[in-house]
Design a protein. Structure first.
Length: 123
């Protein structure tokens, strides 16, 4: 499975993260191959389903809210550096914000990101 994030999402995160921009697509693909939509549907709150034409992402997506430190755990499972795990957290949070803007739910998702993390999966 490949990641649903367009170049603009990766570019914005690349400007903030301490991971080279050129490494982000492969990093996002690596994480996407580990993340299983069915597992997230069973275990976490799905807060949005969005069509690519609405969000500007590269595929239809499902967005989930997960516990804080979720990306630390994913990073440990995938043997990622702290910076790589943080970059993934930022990519998914920025994608959720993009969905929030498109759906008029930006403040709702911003508030949620203060206490939880986001996982955005293509599907």
């Amino acid at each position: 499975m490949s990641h649903p994030f367009g170049g603009q999402v990766l570019l914005l995160v690349g400007a903030k993260a301490s991971v080279p921009l050129a490494d982000l697509p492969a990093l996002a693909d690596r994480a996407a191959s580990h993340l299983t939509a069915d597992d997230y549907r069973r275990s976490y709150e799905r807060v949005a389903r969005a069509d690519a034409s609405v969000t500007g992402l590269e595929a239809p997506v499902e967005a989930f809210l997960v516990p804080v430190d979720h990306w630390v755990e994913v990073g440990a499972t995938l043997d990622l550096s702290e910076r790589e795990g943080d970059a993934l957290r930022r990519v998914h949070a920025d994608a959720l914000r993009r969905i929030g803007r498109a759906e008029g739910r930006e403040s709702e998702f911003e508030a949620a990101l203060e206490v939880r993390e986001a996982v955005v999966l293509g599907g």
